[in-house]
Design a protein around this ligand. Sequence first.
Ligand code: BTN
Length: 272
Amino acid sequence: MVTRQDCEVFVISISAEGIKPFLDSPDIAENIKVYPIIGSTNREAREQAVRNPVHGTVIIADCQTQGKGRFDRVFFSPPGSGLYMSFVLFSDIMGFANPTAITAYAAVRVCEAIDSVCDINMSIKWVNDIYLNRKKIGGILAEAITDSNSHGAVKIILGIGINVSTKTNDFPEEIRRGVSSLYPEGNPSISRNLLAAAIINRIILTDAPDEREVLSRYKERLFILGSDITVVQGNKAYEAKALDINEYGHLIVKMKDGQLRALLSGDVRLEL
Ligand code: BTN
Protein backbone atom coordinates (compact mmCIF):
# COMPACT_ATOMS: atom_id res chain seq x y z
CA MET A 1 0.00 0.00 0.00
CA VAL A 2 1.42 3.38 -1.01
CA THR A 3 0.62 6.13 1.44
CA ARG A 4 0.34 9.84 0.77
CA GLN A 5 3.47 10.31 2.89
CA ASP A 6 5.51 7.97 0.62
CA CYS A 7 4.52 10.15 -2.33
CA GLU A 8 5.23 13.46 -0.70
CA VAL A 9 8.90 12.78 0.05
CA PHE A 10 9.76 12.14 -3.60
CA VAL A 11 11.07 14.76 -6.02
CA ILE A 12 8.98 14.68 -9.19
CA SER A 13 10.88 14.07 -12.38
CA ILE A 14 8.00 13.35 -14.71
CA SER A 15 6.35 16.43 -16.18
CA ALA A 16 4.39 17.70 -19.18
CA GLU A 17 7.38 19.93 -20.07
CA GLY A 18 9.69 16.92 -19.89
CA ILE A 19 7.41 14.86 -22.14
CA LYS A 20 6.72 17.57 -24.75
CA PRO A 21 10.07 17.50 -26.65
CA PHE A 22 9.54 13.80 -27.44
CA LEU A 23 5.99 14.15 -28.80
CA ASP A 24 5.34 13.68 -32.52
CA SER A 25 2.81 16.50 -32.35
CA PRO A 26 3.55 19.17 -29.70
CA ASP A 27 -0.16 20.16 -29.71
CA ILE A 28 -0.92 16.98 -27.77
CA ALA A 29 0.97 18.47 -24.81
CA GLU A 30 -1.93 20.88 -24.18
CA ASN A 31 -4.05 17.95 -23.04
CA ILE A 32 -1.46 16.32 -20.79
CA LYS A 33 -1.75 16.81 -17.05
CA VAL A 34 0.83 15.44 -14.66
CA TYR A 35 0.05 15.14 -10.95
CA PRO A 36 2.58 14.42 -8.21
CA ILE A 37 0.02 12.35 -6.29
CA ILE A 38 -3.38 11.07 -7.23
CA GLY A 39 -5.78 8.38 -6.07
CA SER A 40 -6.11 6.80 -9.50
CA THR A 41 -5.41 8.34 -12.92
CA ASN A 42 -8.32 6.30 -14.33
CA ARG A 43 -10.68 7.86 -11.84
CA GLU A 44 -9.42 11.38 -12.61
CA ALA A 45 -9.65 10.73 -16.38
CA ARG A 46 -13.20 9.49 -15.94
CA GLU A 47 -14.16 12.66 -14.04
CA GLN A 48 -12.60 14.83 -16.76
CA ALA A 49 -14.33 12.82 -19.49
CA VAL A 50 -17.66 13.64 -17.92
CA ARG A 51 -16.85 17.29 -17.09
CA ASN A 52 -14.99 18.30 -20.24
CA PRO A 53 -14.57 15.44 -22.71
CA VAL A 54 -11.57 15.89 -25.04
CA HIS A 55 -10.24 13.03 -27.16
CA GLY A 56 -6.56 12.59 -26.31
CA THR A 57 -6.66 13.88 -22.74
CA VAL A 58 -3.80 12.26 -20.81
CA ILE A 59 -3.63 12.10 -17.03
CA ILE A 60 -0.30 11.04 -15.57
CA ALA A 61 0.78 10.69 -11.96
CA ASP A 62 4.15 10.18 -10.32
CA CYS A 63 2.40 8.11 -7.69
CA GLN A 64 -1.07 6.64 -7.10
CA THR A 65 -2.49 5.95 -3.65
CA GLN A 66 -5.38 3.87 -5.05
CA GLY A 67 -4.04 2.53 -8.35
CA LYS A 68 -6.47 -0.08 -9.56
CA GLY A 69 -6.19 -3.12 -11.76
CA ARG A 70 -8.75 -5.50 -13.21
CA PHE A 71 -11.15 -7.21 -10.83
CA ASP A 72 -10.67 -4.34 -8.37
CA ARG A 73 -7.15 -5.44 -7.59
CA VAL A 74 -4.65 -2.89 -6.33
CA PHE A 75 -2.00 -1.75 -8.81
CA PHE A 76 1.11 -1.01 -6.75
CA SER A 77 2.09 2.55 -7.78
CA PRO A 78 5.04 3.89 -5.73
CA PRO A 79 6.60 7.30 -6.48
CA GLY A 80 9.58 7.89 -8.75
CA SER A 81 9.78 4.46 -10.36
CA GLY A 82 6.66 3.81 -12.43
CA LEU A 83 4.58 5.22 -15.23
CA TYR A 84 0.89 5.57 -14.41
CA MET A 85 -1.20 7.12 -17.14
CA SER A 86 -4.80 7.23 -18.35
CA PHE A 87 -6.18 8.38 -21.68
CA VAL A 88 -9.62 9.69 -22.57
CA LEU A 89 -10.35 8.32 -26.04
CA PHE A 90 -13.51 8.63 -28.15
CA SER A 91 -14.63 5.31 -29.54
CA ASP A 92 -15.94 6.88 -32.75
CA ILE A 93 -12.43 8.21 -33.49
CA MET A 94 -10.66 5.05 -32.42
CA GLY A 95 -13.02 2.93 -34.52
CA PHE A 96 -13.74 0.29 -31.92
CA ALA A 97 -15.72 0.15 -28.71
CA ASN A 98 -15.16 -3.50 -27.85
CA PRO A 99 -13.10 -3.33 -24.60
CA THR A 100 -11.17 -6.48 -25.53
CA ALA A 101 -10.08 -4.92 -28.83
CA ILE A 102 -9.10 -1.66 -27.09
CA THR A 103 -7.10 -3.60 -24.54
CA ALA A 104 -5.36 -5.58 -27.29
CA TYR A 105 -4.63 -2.37 -29.18
CA ALA A 106 -3.15 -0.69 -26.10
CA ALA A 107 -1.12 -3.75 -25.14
CA VAL A 108 0.45 -3.92 -28.61
CA ARG A 109 1.19 -0.20 -28.70
CA VAL A 110 2.69 -0.20 -25.20
CA CYS A 111 4.93 -3.16 -26.10
CA GLU A 112 6.04 -1.42 -29.30
CA ALA A 113 6.80 1.78 -27.37
CA ILE A 114 8.85 -0.04 -24.73
CA ASP A 115 10.68 -2.12 -27.36
CA SER A 116 11.70 0.98 -29.28
CA VAL A 117 12.80 3.02 -26.27
CA CYS A 118 14.44 0.26 -24.21
CA ASP A 119 15.59 -2.02 -27.05
CA ILE A 120 13.93 -5.13 -25.61
CA ASN A 121 11.15 -7.47 -26.68
CA MET A 122 8.02 -7.31 -24.57
CA SER A 123 5.30 -9.97 -24.49
CA ILE A 124 1.63 -10.03 -23.59
CA LYS A 125 -0.30 -12.36 -21.31
CA TRP A 126 -3.96 -12.46 -22.35
CA VAL A 127 -5.72 -10.32 -21.89
CA ASN A 128 -4.12 -7.16 -20.50
CA ASP A 129 -0.75 -7.94 -18.93
CA ILE A 130 2.60 -6.68 -20.23
CA TYR A 131 5.38 -9.17 -19.61
CA LEU A 132 9.14 -9.41 -19.79
CA ASN A 133 10.97 -12.70 -19.11
CA ARG A 134 7.72 -14.25 -17.81
CA LYS A 135 7.24 -11.56 -15.17
CA LYS A 136 4.48 -8.97 -15.14
CA ILE A 137 5.89 -5.51 -15.82
CA GLY A 138 2.60 -3.69 -16.28
CA GLY A 139 -1.04 -3.83 -17.17
CA ILE A 140 -3.86 -2.18 -19.05
CA LEU A 141 -7.24 -1.24 -17.59
CA ALA A 142 -9.81 -0.16 -20.22
CA GLU A 143 -13.17 1.11 -19.08
CA ALA A 144 -16.03 2.38 -21.23
CA ILE A 145 -18.35 5.20 -20.18
CA THR A 146 -21.43 6.77 -21.67
CA ASP A 147 -23.17 9.76 -20.18
CA SER A 148 -26.47 11.45 -20.85
CA ASN A 149 -24.81 14.42 -22.61
CA SER A 150 -22.90 12.36 -25.13
CA HIS A 151 -25.89 10.99 -27.08
CA GLY A 152 -24.82 7.41 -26.57
CA ALA A 153 -21.22 7.91 -27.80
CA VAL A 154 -18.76 5.85 -25.83
CA LYS A 155 -15.67 7.28 -24.24
CA ILE A 156 -12.90 4.96 -23.27
CA ILE A 157 -10.77 5.45 -20.22
CA LEU A 158 -7.57 3.63 -21.03
CA GLY A 159 -5.27 3.16 -18.05
CA ILE A 160 -1.69 1.98 -18.43
CA GLY A 161 0.65 1.13 -15.58
CA ILE A 162 4.31 0.22 -16.13
CA ASN A 163 6.86 -0.68 -13.48
CA VAL A 164 9.87 1.18 -14.83
CA SER A 165 12.54 0.96 -12.13
CA THR A 166 10.80 -0.43 -9.07
CA LYS A 167 13.31 -2.65 -7.28
CA THR A 168 12.27 -6.25 -6.81
CA ASN A 169 12.35 -6.03 -3.04
CA ASP A 170 10.21 -2.91 -3.03
CA PHE A 171 7.15 -4.80 -4.33
CA PRO A 172 4.78 -6.05 -1.63
CA GLU A 173 5.77 -9.58 -0.67
CA GLU A 174 2.49 -11.14 -1.79
CA ILE A 175 3.03 -10.16 -5.44
CA ARG A 176 6.84 -10.16 -5.59
CA ARG A 177 7.21 -13.60 -7.18
CA GLY A 178 5.23 -12.74 -10.31
CA VAL A 179 6.19 -9.13 -10.99
CA SER A 180 9.22 -7.14 -11.99
CA SER A 181 10.11 -3.90 -13.70
CA LEU A 182 11.97 -2.83 -16.83
CA TYR A 183 15.01 -1.97 -14.69
CA PRO A 184 14.66 -4.07 -11.52
CA GLU A 185 18.06 -2.94 -10.23
CA GLY A 186 16.59 0.57 -9.96
CA ASN A 187 18.98 2.26 -12.43
CA PRO A 188 16.99 3.08 -15.55
CA SER A 189 18.88 4.17 -18.65
CA ILE A 190 15.80 5.90 -20.05
CA SER A 191 13.58 8.61 -18.60
CA ARG A 192 9.91 8.15 -17.80
CA ASN A 193 9.25 11.29 -19.85
CA LEU A 194 10.66 9.61 -22.96
CA LEU A 195 8.71 6.41 -22.34
CA ALA A 196 5.50 8.34 -21.67
CA ALA A 197 5.90 10.23 -24.96
CA ALA A 198 6.63 7.03 -26.88
CA ILE A 199 3.37 5.56 -25.54
CA ILE A 200 1.35 8.75 -26.14
CA ASN A 201 2.64 8.94 -29.73
CA ARG A 202 1.39 5.42 -30.38
CA ILE A 203 -1.95 5.55 -28.53
CA ILE A 204 -3.54 8.83 -29.66
CA LEU A 205 -4.57 8.46 -33.27
CA THR A 206 -6.73 10.61 -35.48
CA ASP A 207 -7.67 7.68 -37.74
CA ALA A 208 -9.04 4.33 -36.69
CA PRO A 209 -6.42 1.57 -36.57
CA ASP A 210 -6.95 -1.61 -38.59
CA GLU A 211 -8.49 -3.98 -36.03
CA ARG A 212 -7.36 -7.14 -37.83
CA GLU A 213 -3.79 -5.96 -37.97
CA VAL A 214 -3.90 -5.03 -34.29
CA LEU A 215 -5.10 -8.52 -33.38
CA SER A 216 -2.48 -10.17 -35.55
CA ARG A 217 0.29 -8.17 -33.83
CA TYR A 218 -1.32 -8.94 -30.47
CA LYS A 219 -1.25 -12.66 -31.24
CA GLU A 220 2.45 -12.53 -32.21
CA ARG A 221 3.27 -11.29 -28.70
CA LEU A 222 1.04 -13.68 -26.75
CA PHE A 223 3.52 -16.00 -25.08
CA ILE A 224 0.88 -18.26 -23.53
CA LEU A 225 -0.30 -19.86 -26.77
CA GLY A 226 0.46 -23.57 -26.69
CA SER A 227 0.88 -23.56 -22.89
CA ASP A 228 -1.06 -25.32 -20.18
CA ILE A 229 -2.88 -22.70 -18.17
CA THR A 230 -5.31 -22.30 -15.30
CA VAL A 231 -8.37 -20.30 -16.23
CA VAL A 232 -9.89 -18.32 -13.37
CA GLN A 233 -13.42 -17.01 -13.79
CA GLY A 234 -15.04 -15.60 -10.67
CA ASN A 235 -14.46 -18.16 -7.95
CA LYS A 236 -14.05 -21.07 -10.41
CA ALA A 237 -10.74 -22.31 -11.79
CA TYR A 238 -9.99 -25.03 -14.32
CA GLU A 239 -7.06 -26.42 -16.30
CA ALA A 240 -6.90 -25.91 -20.05
CA LYS A 241 -4.51 -25.39 -22.95
CA ALA A 242 -4.30 -21.94 -24.59
CA LEU A 243 -4.62 -22.46 -28.35
CA ASP A 244 -5.40 -19.26 -30.20
CA ILE A 245 -7.33 -15.99 -30.21
CA ASN A 246 -10.30 -15.30 -32.44
CA GLU A 247 -11.20 -12.19 -34.42
CA TYR A 248 -12.64 -10.54 -31.30
CA GLY A 249 -9.51 -11.13 -29.23
CA HIS A 250 -11.21 -13.87 -27.22
CA LEU A 251 -8.90 -16.65 -26.05
CA ILE A 252 -9.60 -20.10 -27.48
CA VAL A 253 -8.77 -22.81 -24.96
CA LYS A 254 -9.01 -26.58 -25.04
CA MET A 255 -10.55 -28.06 -21.92
CA LYS A 256 -9.40 -31.31 -20.32
CA ASP A 257 -12.37 -33.12 -21.94
CA GLY A 258 -11.31 -31.90 -25.40
CA GLN A 259 -14.01 -29.23 -25.74
CA LEU A 260 -13.01 -25.86 -27.17
CA ARG A 261 -14.12 -22.71 -25.43
CA ALA A 262 -13.75 -19.00 -26.35
CA LEU A 263 -13.04 -16.87 -23.28
CA LEU A 264 -14.42 -13.34 -23.35
CA SER A 265 -12.93 -12.35 -20.03
CA GLY A 266 -11.34 -13.84 -16.97
CA ASP A 267 -7.81 -14.38 -15.87
CA VAL A 268 -5.30 -16.99 -16.89
CA ARG A 269 -2.38 -18.26 -14.85
CA LEU A 270 0.57 -20.34 -15.82
CA GLU A 271 3.44 -21.82 -13.87
CA LEU A 272 6.32 -19.36 -13.60
C1 BTN B 1 -4.00 -4.69 -14.25
O1 BTN B 1 -2.85 -5.07 -14.04
O2 BTN B 1 -5.00 -5.40 -13.98
C2 BTN B 1 -4.23 -3.34 -14.88
C3 BTN B 1 -3.39 -2.31 -14.22
C4 BTN B 1 -3.68 -0.92 -14.71
C5 BTN B 1 -2.97 0.10 -13.87
C6 BTN B 1 -3.07 1.48 -14.43
S1 BTN B 1 -1.98 2.59 -13.63
C7 BTN B 1 -2.74 3.92 -14.42
C8 BTN B 1 -4.21 3.65 -14.41
N1 BTN B 1 -4.81 4.11 -13.17
C9 BTN B 1 -5.27 3.12 -12.42
O3 BTN B 1 -5.81 3.25 -11.31
N2 BTN B 1 -5.08 1.96 -13.05
C10 BTN B 1 -4.44 2.14 -14.34
